[in-house]
Ligand binder design. Structure first.
Ligand code: ATP
Length: 516
């Protein structure tokens, strides 16, 4: 675990050193849980967004996009439930004066029991070798059963307290399980209080009577309130979906994990409108489609898992998360929710406008049901960084840090390196760049030894480097070097576009998902 935390720290400093992510307002000592993306980060982030957008709007004839404003009428957040129910239960430790989310403290306690079980399994797996049957071990080992019993009991009580909004019992659970403050180590806790996560500001001058407006905490509501606009103007037939990418804002309390939990972040959300009664079928379909999308990036299938929700939000009748194995454990990257007709019905009620769809096949009007797929761009970014970061020891004792980014997402696809800064080699290299720069992102580098230049490109995940040498001037060939294998090969300059385009194209990744 300590080793994994180490890796996480290294990823954070790598992100800063190589222009991926900087703390916001750094020269003023930063602003909590707010980050800026640097020159390489923005390219990677844009590629992630494009990959998602294309997978939604190009691959599905019945999914279209919108871009709604961050500011929306304040009644929208009444209708959505965010004014009354978008709260975190908070608890303070009186000794350290640190504030925690009560639910997170309890979840960490559950994770501790899970850790104990995993340790037993690891030990037994070592002892029994190939003959080890994990399923049987889980069902029979007394220590595993004891811990699983504790987990089940705590889980049930915790879910009930959350569902009933029982703040007194949430606190009692923390006391009963002797959960201590990670900083002070004491159990000197305050009451649990609710805290609303929305940022508010004012619109208009106070003289006119300013209106309190919120910075949207999710992009979904911009889709719901435009449901009729899109359906009518696009003549959309159910089932259909509306996709959107945009900023969202949450005044998060526990915001310590780099870009995993930010106060200003970006979401990619798709709301898919279906006939009532068909929603669970569509929920299952989207669950599968979304997992395939993640796995297509090739970071390792074992790094993903579903986490089905036992406690459902007030609007949902089914919900699951797609989790990725971050250096700090499996964590939610995407949520898939069956949101029923909650949002559209609620907007009907609050706006007084009819928000229904006339289904010509059924010859009847209804409020559609909704399946939502909601993914954080920044969390996706972090998962890709974590899945790609690798330290390697090379032959001869040298080492390198390489980001094994999926080539289609890499900020730079090709680096063009003249062997020396003279004798016409830079000119030849520039000529290659000028030909290829319209196809994909290329970078020119002539400083330091070629070895050092390779390391710089490895560190930002550039999948291909080509070196222009003296022979290139006559034979019009270059040496191409592959990031992951470090193999080198002599290829004609004229063939570069084909070799590289094919491997870095999103088109091929999308085709692969469509086939699977
Ligand atoms: P969590 O339980 O981790 O707070 P959530 O269940 O509240 O997340 P949703 O409301 O389902 O999250 O939001 C959908 C997605 O938006 C999440 O899967 C995550 O990728 C992203 N997201 C949510 N909150 C944040 C945040 N504060 N910073 C970065 N990404 C976020």
């Amino acid at each position: 675990m300590a080793q994994q935390e180490d890796v996480f720290k290294k990823i954070i400093s790598h992100c800063k050193e190589y222009g991926f992510v900087f703390p916001s307002s750094e020269i003023y000592d930063g602003l909590g849980a707010v980050y800026d993306y640097g020159q390489n980060g923005v390219e990677l982030k844009n590629n992630i967004k494009k990959y998602w957008w294309d997978s939604m709007t190009l691959m599905n004839e019945n999914v279209v996009g919108i871009d709604s404003a961050v500011f929306m009428h304040p009644t929208i957040w009444k209708a959505s439930g965010h004014v009354d129910a978008f709260n975190d239960p908070l608890i303070d430790n009186k000794d350290s004066k640190k504030r925690y989310r009560a639910d997170v403290l309890i979840e960490e306690q559950i994770a501790k029991f899970e850790d104990k079980i995993n340790k037993e399994i690891e030990k037994a797996a070592k002892r029994f070798g190939d003959a080890f049957d994990e399923k049987q071990f889980r069902e029979t080992n007394p220590r595993v059963l004891e811990n699983q019993g504790k987990i089940d009991e705590l889980h049930a009580r915790f879910a009930k307290a959350l569902n009933d909004n029982d703040l007194v019992d949430l606190r009692q659970i923390i006391l009963d399980y002797e959960i201590v403050c990670p900083v002070s180590g004491t159990r000197n806790w305050t009451e649990v209080r609710q805290f609303n996560l929305m940022f508010a500001t004012e619109m208009g001058s106070t003289a006119d009577g300013a209106m309190k407006v919120y910075l949207r905490p999710e992009t979904a509501q911009g889709i719901f309130v435009n449901f009729l606009n899109v359906q009518k103007s696009g003549r959309m037939k159910i089932p259909f979906g509306i996709a959107q990418i945009g900023k969202a804002f949450r005044n998060e309390i526990v915001a310590r994990q780099f870009i995993f939990r930010m106060r200003e972040f970006e979401q990619m959300e798709m709301q898919f409108f279906v006939r009532p009664g068909e929603e669970l079928e569509w929920f299952a379909k989207w669950k599968e489609i979304r997992l395939k999308w993640h796995k297509s990036l090739g970071l390792g299938d074992e790094k993903y898992r579903y986490h089905d929700h036992e406690k459902l939000a007030h609007y949902a009748n089914a919900a699951t998360d797609i989790e990725f194995e971050m250096p700090f454990g499996f964590k939610e990257v995407e949520g898939i929710h069956s949101r029923t007709d909650f949002d559209l019905s609620s907007h009907e009620q609050y706006s007084g406008k009819k928000i229904q769809y006339f289904d010509p096949e059924l010859n009847q009007s209804y409020v559609p049901y909704v399946i939502e797929t909601s993914i954080g761009v920044d969390r996706m970014f972090l998962s890709i960084m974590a899945g790609s970061y690798s330290e390697e020891t090379l032959e001869g004792g040298d080492s390198r840090v390489v980001l094994k980014l999926p080539p289609a997402l890499a900020p730079v696809k090709l680096a063009v390196l003249p062997l020396v800064k003279k004798d016409g080699l830079p000119e030849k290299a520039r000529e290659i760049m000028d030909n290829l720069k319209f196809n994909f992102n290329c970078r020119y580098d002539e400083k330091d030894t070629v070895g050092k230049r390779y390391r710089r490109q490895d560190a930002i995940g550039t999948p291909y480097c080509v070196t222009v040498d003296y022979d290139s001037l006559n034979d019009h060939c270059v040496t191409i070097r592959y990031r992951d294998t470090m193999e080198q090969e002599r290829v004609p300059v004229a063939g570069l576009e084909n070799i590289i385009s094919d491997k870095v194209s999103m088109k091929n990744l999308l085709k692969q998902i469509a086939k699977s």
